[in-house]
Design a binder for this molecule. Structure first.
Ligand SMILES: *Cc1c(COP(=O)(O)O)cnc(C)c1O
Length: 391
């Protein structure tokens, strides 16, 4: 008999928070198995394809043998220059492509890795909740401790720094923030970012701003970059992704910009773990970043139509919801006779509409549901009709 090794997971995996979406995933498969015509609004992944000029740039680049070799760790200079151009055009922020821009294999990669560069066991990381789960998981993997900053409706889904205990602020090494925000869809304004800079300076905290949704906005109201605020580059960095802006989630390309020393630390982790982004993808990334504004407004107007139809539709049904200012999410309160998971299950089983339970993003998300606007206007209209029948 061949003896098996006993496979015992490391504590860092055993200590992962429970995956609240697992049960929902199972139920989704079950509904699908029954042949239900499911309207799946649970996934934050654009249903619109990558614009063809970007795909064509990739086709050309992939033929070039120069791109078949290992890429440089920090990203091709031409890619980092394209990022710098994009920042100047979009935010009027000047970045040195040599030292203030770093390529990433998607922003998730950088977000997950950055605590390894700066967090020692026992150090505190300030993490927004509800929020993108990677902030906390990256912290755990580095041996750090997350201090969760609740985002509540009464504070416009911004963290309230005044309630964070002094000793926590003293111990904090990093702070994650994310606007436009997933899952609540709100944007942050200059005053908030100024407060962030102030806290960072006072307590010596490195700021990591996740701006993955800066280009998915409504009513022509462009969100700010953290880097536009005085003092931001001295205290932190900003993560960006080509995923949501250009419908490129599968391509795995993003970047971080800002404080040179912070980027150097993250870069050190990366040179020891990965070997950069396939250069053909970087070539396509350059073309993406230089995309005509018209193409992007075209994408935005698709989301705008969907948002309008869904927001108005659900509001007419009497649901309490946040009007999205940006992102392709809609954050709604569940009717009072349900909790988050109960409402998601009810909609799935009775209406064939799938949303994500708000508590899956953290405990203060309890009582909310997140819908993603990643289906056509017709399907969204149908979702509203189906929801009406089961409320
Ligand atoms: C989608 C998403 C990301 C990650 O995108 P990548 O594809 O890894 O670049 C980061 N932050 C938030 C809040 C997201 O929703």
């Amino acid at each position: 008999m061949k003896k098996s090794v006993s496979v015992d997971l490391a504590l860092r995996l055993k200590h992962l928070p429970p995956y609240l979406f697992a049960t929902i995933d199972k139920m989704k498969q079950k509904e699908k198995g029954k042949g239900t015509d499911l309207i799946d609004l649970s996934i934050g992944d654009p249903d619109i394809p990558t614009p063809s000029h970007i795909v064509n740039a990739m086709k050309d680049a992939v033929e070039n043998p120069a791109h078949h070799r290992y890429p440089s760790y920090e990203g091709m200079l031409s890619y980092r220059e394209a990022v710098s151009r994009w920042y100047r055009k979009r935010f009027h922020v000047t970045l040195d492509p040599q030292t203030e821009v770093l390529s990433l294999i998607g922003s998730k990669e950088g977000i997950g890795h950055i605590p390894l560069a700066f967090v020692n066991p026992g150090d505190v990381v300030l993490v927004p909740t509800p929020g993108y789960p990677v902030y906390h998981v990256g912290t755990l993997f580095a041996g750090g401790e997350s201090y969760f900053m609740p985002l509540t409706e009464s504070n416009n889904f911004l963290p309230d720094f005044s309630v964070i205990p002094e000793n926590i602020l003293q111990k904090a090494k990093l702070m994650f923030i994310n606007y436009p925000n997933n899952p609540t869809s709100v944007v942050a304004h200059r005053k908030f970012y100024e407060d962030v800079v102030h806290i960072a300076q006072k307590y010596n905290i490195i700021i990591c701003h996740d701006a993955a949704y800066s280009e998915v906005y409504y009513d022509d109201k462009k969100p700010l970059s953290f880097m536009e605020v005085d003092g931001a580059k001295e205290v932190g960095i900003e993560f960006h992704s080509l995923s949501k802006t250009y419908n490129m989630t599968g391509w795995r390309i993003g970047f971080a910009v800002g404080n040179k020393a912070v980027l150097e630390g993250l870069g050190k982790i990366k040179t020891n773990l990965d070997s950069g982004v396939f250069q053909a993808i970087q070539e396509a990334g350059i073309v993406a970043l230089d995309t005509d504004d018209e193409v992007l407004s075209g994408i935005r107007s698709i989301y705008q139509d969907r948002r309008n139809v869904f927001y108005e539709g659900l509001k007419n049904l009497g649901l309490h919801l946040i009007k999205p200012e940006a992102t392709f999410y809609l954050w709604a309160r569940v009717p009072s006779r349900f909790d988050s998971s109960g409402f998601v299950v009810h909609l799935l089983e009775k209406a064939g509409v799938l949303g994500t339970p708000g508590n899956g993003f953290g405990e203060p998300g309890e009582g909310y549901i997140r819908f993603a606007l990643t289906a056509s206007v017709d399907r969204i209209k149908e979702a509203v009709e189906r929801i009406e029948k089961v409320l």
